[in-house]
Design a protein around this ligand. Sequence first.
Ligand SMILES: Cc1cc2nc3c(=O)[nH]c(=O)nc-3n(C[C@H](O)[C@H](O)[C@H](O)COP(=O)(O)OP(=O)(O)OC[C@H]3O[C@@H](n4cnc5c(N)ncnc54)[C@H](O)[C@@H]3O)c2cc1C
Ligand code: FES
Length: 274
Amino acid sequence: MAAPGLPRPCRCEGVVTGNEPLGPGLLRLSVRLPLEPGFVPGQFAMLNLPAGRAWTFGRPLSILDWLAGEVSFLYRVVGRGTGELAGLKPGAAVTFLGPLGTPFPLDLGGRKAVLVAGGVGLPPLFAWRKQRPQDVAAAYFGARDQEDAPWPLLDSGWRVGLEDLGPSARGGARQGLVTDLLEEDFPADGTRDDCTVLACGPWPMLEAVHRQARRRGWPCWLSLEEHMGCGYGACKGCVVPVADGPDAWRPATCCQDGPVFDAAHLAWPQLERT
Ligand SMILES: Cc1cc2nc3c(=O)[nH]c(=O)nc-3n(C[C@H](O)[C@H](O)[C@H](O)COP(=O)(O)OP(=O)(O)OC[C@H]3O[C@@H](n4cnc5c(N)ncnc54)[C@H](O)[C@@H]3O)c2cc1C
Ligand code: FES
């Protein structure tokens, strides 16, 4: 079931049209589908191999782009599922369930977006910037080093921070964390109070970005990447604690209530303990 205003998810078989390496263990997968319900940035799909070779649960990947019947993903090989995805050649079949989940807001009520992406957290923010270029105040991408960055996706509109810059500063990249770049561009002196942060990436980055947003009085939306089973609210394997009154919290599902959450609604004491 899709939430009101969101595209209705479909389950179908697709055909791989491309699976190109963008760096060591970093690939862009393109899949042709028979249906195109569309997506809102921040939504994801559960990908699986076809019947007979299917894993018990699909693997969640954020939608990077969806154009003329072809949906694409950016992913890092970390284990069995992504390893098997990396072995798929053009013409191979995959099963697709999506688009799923609660996305980033597209209407920021006149505020400008500060996009912060870490590693394979790029897809939702790449898609947001593509759909709403006029509403972006700044876009940051951070990674460990040059090899960790999907350069073909990073045009000059992205400010790139690398923890280890190495000998050459490719694409104008800077040594440092994305949060250092944000601090530099938007000092917390109250001069820019008209922004909203949208972020996806590793947990320490999300925590740091959230603190920066709070200091500036900016709304902040975070995409969380919990481990998932079903992907659509049935297994309760992806619980995220959300605030439910001043000192109380309740479990929400990352796959349906998220993956994008208003940071103000998260139960931070419980999240920081996990
Ligand atoms: C909503 C959502 C969107 C995502 N989007 C992307 C994306 O666009 N690109 C991408 O590369 N990855 C994305 N991920 C993470 C991706 O789903 C996992 O890396 C993948 O499922 C791992 O499967 P595996 O079988 O290869 O690894 P496994 O063998 O299952 O695990 C290998 C390692 O990866 C870790 N891992 C597994 N699942 C996750 C997870 N959900 N988050 C963090 N670590 C995990 C495990 O703890 C283990 O250390 C997303 C996850 C979620 C929940
Ligand atoms: S993954 Fe099953 S409820 Fe979220």
